[in-house]
Write a protein that binds this ligand. Structure first.
Ligand SMILES: [Zn+2]
Length: 172
C-alpha cells in the first residue's frame, strides 16, 4: 500500500477504536492517540529508503534502518512485539498517564499497516521463516496500481459514511 492508503485505512480503524474505547476520555488523549496512530500507520516502512517515513526521519536514523530488508523485521510478529514493548515501557518512563493511550494509537497504526500490506500482491512474512501471508480481499492488488486506487476510493466512501454516522446517527 502507498502511504496515503495506509493513512486513510488506519485512520478509519483508529476512529472506531477512539469512539468505542473508553480510555480516550480527554481532548489531549485524543490528539496524542491520533498523532501516534498516523505515525504508526507509516512506521513499519522505515525499512524502505524511499518511504514517506524514511524521508521524515533524520537521515542518520533512516540510513541505518534502511539496511533492514523490506517487509522483514518491521512487518513481522517479532518486530510488532518489540515495538509494543519499546513503546509502552519507553512511554511509561516519560509520561506514565499517557503511555496506554499513545501505545494504543501507535500499535493500532502499526498493526493496521501490516494488515494493509497483507491484502497486497506481495503479502507479508508475518511469521519469520514461513511463507508470506496474503489476505485475498480487494483482489491482492499491486502497490500503486489502479487496483490500489479502487481500494483508496472504497476507504474514502467508508470515511464519508462514518462521518455521516457519527454526525447524524445513520449512514446516509
Ligand atoms: Zn509496509
Amino acid at each position: 500500500m502507498t502511504y496515503k492508503t495506509h493513512m486513510l485505512s488506519t485512520f478509519i480503524v483508529g476512529e472506531l477504536v477512539a469512539v468505542y474505547s473508553d480510555i480516550i476520555d480527554t481532548k489531549e488523549k485524543a490528539i496524542g492517540f491520533f498523532i501516534a496512530l498516523l505515525f504508526g500507520s507509516l512506521f513499519p516502512d522505515i525499512d524502505e529508503e524511499k518511504s514517506k517515513i524514511s524521508k521524515m526521519l533524520p537521515s542518520f536514523v533512516s540510513r541505518s534502518l534502511n539496511k533492514l530488508s523490506h517487509r522483514g523485521f518491521t512487518h513481522n510478529i517479532l518486530g510488532i512485539s518489540f515495538f509494543f514493548v519499546l513503546s509502552y515501557f519507553g512511554l511509561s518512563m516519560i509520561s506514565p498517564d499517557k503511555a496506554v493511550v499513545i501505545t494504543l494509537g501507535f500499535m493500532t497504526g502499526v498493526i493496521s499497516h501490516v494488515f494493509g500490506d497483507m491484502v497486497t500482491y506481495s503479502g507479508v512474512p508475518l511469521i519469520p521463516g514461513l511463507q508470506n501471508i496474503k489476505i485475498p480481499i480487494f483482489g491482492n492488488f499491486k502497490v500503486g496500481t489502479s487496483g490500489e486506487t479502487k481500494v483508496y476510493l472504497f476507504f474514502s466512501f467508508v470515511q464519508i459514511f462514518l462521518i455521516s454516522y457519527f454526525l447524524y446517527g445513520r449512514v446516509i
